[in-house]
Design a protein around this ligand. Structure first.
Ligand code: IPM
Ligand code: MN
Length: 365
C-alpha cells in the first residue's frame, strides 16, 4: 500500500485534545499513513478569517480520508452565518459530496446503566441511523429573508428555507440503507413526514421502489414524530433507520443519548466512491475544553471506521475496537461515562490505555 494521506482537522473546543489521542492510536498501528493537520472551524476563522480556508478544503479534497474533531463555540454566535464554525462542516459535506452519513448508536455492555432509559430497554442496543447529508432543507434553495407579500402577515419581515429532494438523491441513499441492513439484521425503517410534505411523499415512493431490488430486506415506513416516540419506547425494535438530512440530525442525537454515552459514538460521512469524513457524533464541548477530561473514544472509534470503510483495513479497525472494549472492561472511564466502582481517567490516559492495549494484544488475523 502506498502511503495514504489523511487530512487531520482537529477544530475547536475539545477537538484538538481528542484528535491527539486518535492520532496516537493510528500511529501505534504501523500503517503507512501520512497525517497532515489543518485548521477548521473557529480555529481557522481566528487564523485566517474563514472557517473553511481554501488550504484546508484543498487538503481535504486531496486526502484519501478526513479525520475531523469538532467545531463551534458560543463566542462565534454573533458572526454572520457564512463565517460561523458550523459552515466548515457543512462546506466539507457539500464540496466533498459526502451524502451518506452513518451514525451507529451502540449501547456498550458496561455502560448500559448510563442511559436515561431503563437498562432492559437499551441493553444490547445496536441501531444504525443512515442520514442523507447533502440535500433537504439544509442546502435547498431558495432561502433567505424578505418582506412577505402573502401569508398570515403580508408586509412583515419573513425568512424561508426550501426542503427539496430529487429522485437520484433518494435512490442512492436507499440503496446504501438496504445494503447496510443486509449485513445487519435485515430491517430498514424509512422515516418521513409523508402525511404532510411533498418531499416526504417522493422519499417514501422512491424508497419503496428501490426496495423491490432487496426482497430479502424488510422495509417499514414511519412518520418522524412517531419514530421519535418509538425510539424512546422500544429502541431495540429498529435496525437501520434511513431518513433525510433534518430528521436524521434530530433522530441521531436522540438515538445517541439512548446509549448514555454520546462520547463513545463515531460517525462516517461517505461520498459515492467510499471516500469519507470521520468524526465523533458529539460536539466541541467548549465548557470542558482544555481541561483534559473529554472522552477521546468516539474519535478513536471514528479512526477505526475510517480504516474499515475507506482504507480497507478491517483487521486494523477490529484491533482498535477490541482495544476500546478491553479498556472499558478494565474499568477505565472518562468523566462522562464514569460510575461508582470504575476508575476515572483523563483524555490522555484513556488514549494511552488504548495504545497500550493495541501494542500488547497480538494480531489475530
Ligand atoms: C451534526 C451537527 C451539524 C448538523 C451542525 C453543526 C451544522 O449538528 O453534524 O449533526 O446539523 O448537521
Ligand atoms: Mn446534529
Amino acid at each position: 500500500m502506498s502511503a495514504k494521506l489523511i487530512a487531520v482537522l482537529p477544530g475547536d473546543g475539545i477537538g484538538p485534545e481528542i484528535m491527539a489521542e486518535a492520532v496516537k492510536v493510528l500511529q501505534a498501528l504501523d500503517l503507512d499513513l501520512q497525517l497532515e493537520t489543518a485548521p477548521v472551524g473557529g480555529a481557522a476563522y481566528e487564523a485566517s478569517g474563514h472557517p473553511l480556508p481554501d488550504t484546508t478544503l484543498n487538503l481535504a479534497k486531496k486526502a484519501d480520508a478526513v479525520l475531523f474533531g469538532a467545531v463551534g463555540d458560543w463566542k462565534y454566535d454573533k458572526l454572520e452565518r457564512a463565517l460561523r464554525p458550523e459552515q466548515a462542516i457543512l462546506g466539507l459535506r457539500k464540496h466533498l459530496g459526502l451524502f451518506a452519513n452513518f451514525r451507529p448508536a451502540l449501547c456498550y455492555e458496561q455502560l448500559t446503566h448510563a442511559s436515561s432509559l431503563k437498562p432492559e430497554l437499551v441493553a444490547g442496543l445496536d441501531i444504525l441511523i443512515l442520514r442523507e447529508l447533502t440535500g433537504d432543507i439544509y442546502f435547498g434553495t431558495p432561502r433567505g429573508r424578505r418582506t412577505a407579500v402573502d401569508g398570515h402577515f403580508p408586509g412583515a419581515e419573513e425568512a424561508f428555507d426550501t426542503m427539496r429532494y430529487s429522485r437520484p438523491e433518494i435512490e442512492r441513499i436507499a440503496h446504501l440503507a438496504f445494503q447496510a441492513a443486509r449485513k445487519r439484521r435485515g430491517k430498514v425503517t424509512s422515516v418521513d413526514k409523508a402525511n404532510v410534505l411533498e418531499t416526504s411523499q417522493l422519499w417514501k415512493d422512491v424508497v419503496t421502489e428501490v426496495h423491490q431490488q432487496y426482497a430479502d430486506v424488510q422495509l417499514d415506513h414511519m412518520y418522524v414524530d412517531n419514530a421519535a416516540m418509538q425510539l424512546v419506547k422500544a429502541p431495540k425494535a429498529f435496525d437501520v433507520i434511513v431518513t433525510g438530512n433534518l430528521f436524521g440530525d434530530i433522530l441521531s442525537d436522540e438515538a445517541a443519548m439512548l446509549t448514555g454515552s454520546i462520547g463513545m459514538l463515531p460517525s462516517a460521512s461517505l461520498d459515492k466512491n467510499g471516500k469519507g469524513l470521520y468524526e465523533p457524533s458529539h460536539g466541541s464541548a467548549p465548557d470542558i475544553a482544555g481541561k483534559g477530561v473529554a472522552n477521546p473514544l468516539a474519535t478513536i472509534l471514528s479512526a477505526a471506521m475510517m480504516l474499515r470503510y475507506t482504507l480497507n483495513q478491517p483487521a486494523q479497525a477490529d484491533r482498535i475496537e477490541a482495544a476500546v472494549q478491553a479498556v472499558l472492561a478494565q474499568g477505565l472511564r472518562t468523566g462522562d461515562i464514569w460510575s461508582e466502582g470504575t476508575t476515572k481517567v483523563g483524555t490522555r490516559e484513556m488514549g494511552d490505555a488504548v495504545v497500550g492495549m493495541i501494542k500488547t494484544t497480538p494480531i489475530t488475523k
